[in-house]
Write a protein that binds this ligand. Structure first.
Ligand code: GLC
Length: 396
C-alpha cells in the first residue's frame, strides 16, 4: 500500500504538459492539453519500443533511452526550447514521500535494469535529461499507472474513486482519507484525501495450484506478484501452457507428442484469439497447432484447449472482481455510495468475456448492491493521468 501524495483533480486544472508513460516494453511520450472543463486532449503522442536488452541492462542506459526519446519527441514537435512541466507515469512499485520523488522498491513485469532499485527514479531521469541538455524540462509529478488512470477519469467524472489496470500487469488504487494512512507521517502538511496505490498484484495469500507454482518458479521474481501471475496478460498464456503440458503427459492429449512447445509459442494474445474462435472446427486453434507441427489434432482436442483457456481467464476475471470489491468495501463497507472504477489495459479492453465475467462476479458477490459499482474504460488513462498529476502538482 503506497501513498501517492496526490489527490483527484478538481476538474478546473488548465495548461499543456508533457507526459511520459513507462510500464512495459512500449514507452510513450505525449503532449496533453487540459482545458478547465474536465476535457483532456492528447495533442501529440509517440510510441517508442524499448529493446529487451535495455529493460534488462544497466539502469543508466534505460534512463538515457527515455531522455533520448523525449528529446526526439520535442524536436519533432518543435518544442525543444520551451520550458515544460512533465508528469511521469512509472508503472512499478515506488515508495514516495512527495509527488515528485519516489524510490523503486522492486522491478516487476520482467524489468531487471541494474542500479535502479532503491533509487529515486525522478532523480535518475533528471540526470539523464541533463545529459541530453534538456534542463528546461522539470519533472513535477511521478505517478503509478493506476493513479494516472484514476486521475484521468476523475478529471471528467467526480465520483470516480478507484483506478485499475488489467494489462501486462495488474494493480489498483483508491482514494483514502489521509488520517487513515499510517505510512504518511502525522506531521505531514497534507490534509484531506490522497490516492493510495495498493500494488495488489503482490497480494500473495491466494491458494496456488500446481500450475501457479511452476509458473512462479520459472519467473524472474519467484515468490512475488503472485496474484498478478494469476490475472495479468504477461502470465495467462504461460498458465495455459502449463495446463496443456500437464494434459499431454497425463491424459495423452495429442498422443503425448508436443515436444517443441516453448513459452514463445503461446502468449496471452494467442489464447485470447483461441477463446474468440467460434468456428465449428476451431480453425484458429487448428492453424496454431498446424504451425507447431501437430497436424492430426481432433476437434475434441482443440475444444479441450479452448476450455483450458476459458478456465484460466475466468479465474483471472473472478479474482479481479474480488480485488475491486475488496477495495470498494474498504472505502464504503455498507455500499452507501456510487463508485466509478476507471479501468485501463488490453486484457480488459480486448480479452473475450473478461469484462462481463467481472460484472457477473460483482453481481454474485453483492446482489442488487452491485449497481453501486460502475466500471468505465479509461483509454490512455495512464498517459493523460501523468499530465493531470503535473497540473495538480503545479497548482499553487
Ligand atoms: C505491476 C506493477 C504496478 C503496476 C501494474 C500494472 O503490478 O508493480 O506498479 O501498476 O503492474 O501496470
Amino acid at each position: 500500500m503506497l501513498p501517492s501524495f496526490v489527490d483527484c483533480p478538481a476538474g478546473n486544472e488548465k495548461g499543456s504538459f508533457i507526459a511520459l508513460d513507462l510500464g512495459g516494453t512500449n514507452f510513450r511520450v505525449l503532449l496533453v492539453s487540459l482545458d478547465d472543463t474536465g476535457l483532456a486532449k492528447i495533442e501529440k503522442s509517440r510510441k517508442f519500443v524499448i529493446p529487451i536488452s535495455v529493460t534488462t541492462g544497466e539502469g543508466e542506459a534505460l534512463f538515457n533511452f527515455i531522455a533520448a526519446s523525449i528529446r526526439d519527441f520535442l524536436f519533432d514537435q518543435a518544442l525543444a526550447s520551451h520550458y515544460k512541466s512533465l508528469g511521469f507515469t512509472f508503472s512499478f512499485p515506488v515508495t514516495q514521500s512527495s509527488v515528485n520523488s519516489g524510490r523503486l522498491l522492486t522491478w516487476t513485469k520482467g524489468f531487471t535494469a541494474t542500479g535502479v532499485v532503491g533509487c529515486d527514479v525522478v532523480q535518475l531521469l533528471t540526470e539523464a535529461l541533463h545529459r541530453y541538455h534538456l534542463d528546461n524540462i522539470h519533472i513535477t509529478a511521478l505517478v503509478n499507472d493506476t493513479v494516472g488512470t484514476l486521475l484521468a477519469k476523475s478529471y471528467e467524472i467526480a465520483n470516480c474513486d478507484v483506478g485499475v489496470i488489467f494489462g501486462t500487469g495488474t494493480n489498483g488504487c483508491y482514494r483514502e482519507r489521509v488520517s487513515s494512512i499510517s505510512a504518511v507521517p502525522t506531521s505531514s502538511a497534507i490534509d484531506g484525501h490522497m490516492i493510495v496505490n495498493t500494488e495488489w498484484g503482490n497480494f500473495n495469500c491466494l491458494p496456488m495450484n500446481k500450475f501457479d507454482r511452476v509458473l512462479d518458479e520459472m519467473s524472474k521474481n519467484p515468490g512475488k506478484q503472485q496474484m498478478e501471475k494469476m490475472i495479468s496478460g504477461m502470465y495467462l498464456g504461460q498458465l495455459v501452457r502449463q495446463v496443456i503440458i500437464d494434459q499431454i503427459h497425463d491424459t495423452g492429449l495429442f498422443s503425448g507428442e508436443f515436444s517443441i512447445f516453448t513459452a514463445a509459442d503461446l502468449q496471452t494474445h494467442d489464447i485470447s484469439n483461441f477463446q474468440s474462435d467460434t468456428s465449428a472446427d476451431l480453425v484458429i486453434i487448428k492453424a496454431w497447432l498446424d504451425n507447431l507441427g501437430i497436424t492430426h489434432s481432433s476437434v475434441k482436442e482443440r475444444a479441450d484447449i479452448r476450455q483450458i483457456c476459458q478456465y484460466v481467464s475466468e479465474r483471472a476475471a473472478k479474482i479481479s472482481a474480488a480485488a475491486i470489491s475488496a477495495v470498494v468495501l474498504r472505502m464504503d463497507p455498507q455500499l452507501e455510495c456510487h463508485h466509478t472504477i476507471a479501468v485501463d489495459g488490453t486484457l480488459y479492453a480486448k480479452y473475450p468475456d473478461f469484462k462481463q465475467t467481472i460484472i457477473k462476479t460483482l453481481q454474485a458477490l453483492h446482489g442488487v448492491a452491485s449497481r453501486r459499482f460502475s466500471l468505465t474504460q479509461s483509454t490512455d488513462g495512464s498517459g493523460v493521468g501523468a499530465a493531470i498529476a503535473a497540473a495538480v502538482a503545479s497548482q499553487p
